[in-house]
Write a protein that binds this ligand. Structure first.
Ligand SMILES: C[S@@+](CC[C@H](N)C(=O)[O-])C[C@H]1O[C@@H](n2cnc3c(N)ncnc32)[C@H](O)[C@@H]1O
Length: 279
């Protein structure tokens, strides 16, 4: 594992979206962990913006069909992977660099009896442990920002896809180059290794060997989603303080507010790109 990947894995080791948190919330809300349905996890196990609608877009854009073998690159707790398997009837391999998330994904799979449809594997996106041309679709959500060598990861995704199939993913982008000190703040606070512009992403996909088929700039939608998330964090923070628990701290809220404002001002933003491996 490269040093930057180790830093990312450590950053996610302390993330609030984790299997222990999910199991506690579920147990508190339904009283036991018996006979949990996959759908009951959906409110808790998706670590990306726009929830289940975002999954549906990726499934549609990659033209997923029942029986397909899908790879989710940087799959987290395999929340989206379980959704694709349950709602679209596909088999999903979810790779992730964070050991606690891969272990958490396995526990959640067992909880809802999906071990045969969803396979979490500890691996780097820059070195996929699979033969060439194994998968019928590839997806990823808000993860490439953490990857130090994006061209290498894009090349790996192309390699493991069958010819004529698609990769659809969302990621943070930089619309205007941010000064170095601001990029460093994003690195420190969000483990964001780098951001490309949308045209740079299209170029990198082309260089890897993909044909770009759809580019959706999702910055405006993310501006609204993120503003709602900031409000939620502020409320949770105030509640934690009132209950005598340590708050997330002003620093976190200040940086999150800067993130929201940078997105709303289109300094940075989001993109959903869909690219096809030529026949
Ligand atoms: C924002 S989360 C998204 C998780 C999942 N896609 C979802 O939507 O629920 C980003 C994930 O990327 C993983 N990650 C970051 N860098 C990685 C790398 N180089 N290789 C594999 N996974 C990586 C992190 O461990 C984390 O689980």
């Amino acid at each position: 594992m490269e040093m930057t990947e180790k830093t990312v894995a450590e950053w996610y080791a302390n993330h609030p979206i984790s299997a222990p948190h999910i199991l506690t919330k579920l147990k508190n809300s339904r009283g036991s962990l018996d006979d949990v349905e996959p759908q009951e996890l959906y409110p808790f196990d998706q670590d990306h913006y726009d929830g289940l609608d975002a999954n549906a877009r990726l499934a549609d854009n990659t033209r997923m069909k029942p029986g397909d073998s899908v790879i989710d690159v940087c799959a987290g707790l395999c929340g989206p992977a379980r959704w694709f398997a349950t709602e679209r009837g596909v088999q999903v391999t979810g790779i992730d660099i964070s050991p606690n998330r891969v272990e958490g994904a396995k526990k959640l799979d067992i909880l809802v009896g999906m071990q045969d449809q969803v396979r979490p594997i500890l691996a780097s996106a820059m070195n996929l442990p699979f033969e060439d041309a194994q998968f019928d679709a590839a997806v990823s959500q808000e993860s490439f920002l953490h990857i130090p060598d994006k061209p290498k990861a894009l090349h790996e995704v192309l390699r493991v896809l069958r010819p004529g199939t698609r990769f659809s993913f969302t990621d943070w982008v930089m619309h205007t180059p941010l000064p170095d000190d601001e990029q460093e703040q994003y690195r420190q606070r969000f483990a964001c290794q780098s951001m490309l512009s949308i045209p740079e992403y299209e170029t990198q996909l082309g260089k890897a060997g993909f044909d770009v088929v759809i580019t959706d700039d999702v910055t405006e939608a993310w501006g609204d989603i993120l503003a709602r998330r900031l409000k939620m964090y502020e409320i949770l923070d105030a509640e934690a303080e009132r209950a005598g628990n340590p708050s997330k701290g002003d620093e976190f809220l200040k940086m999150y507010a800067k993130f929201v404002s940078d997105v709303q001002q289109r300094r940075i933003g989001g993109v959903r790109l869909t690219a096809e491996k030529p026949q």
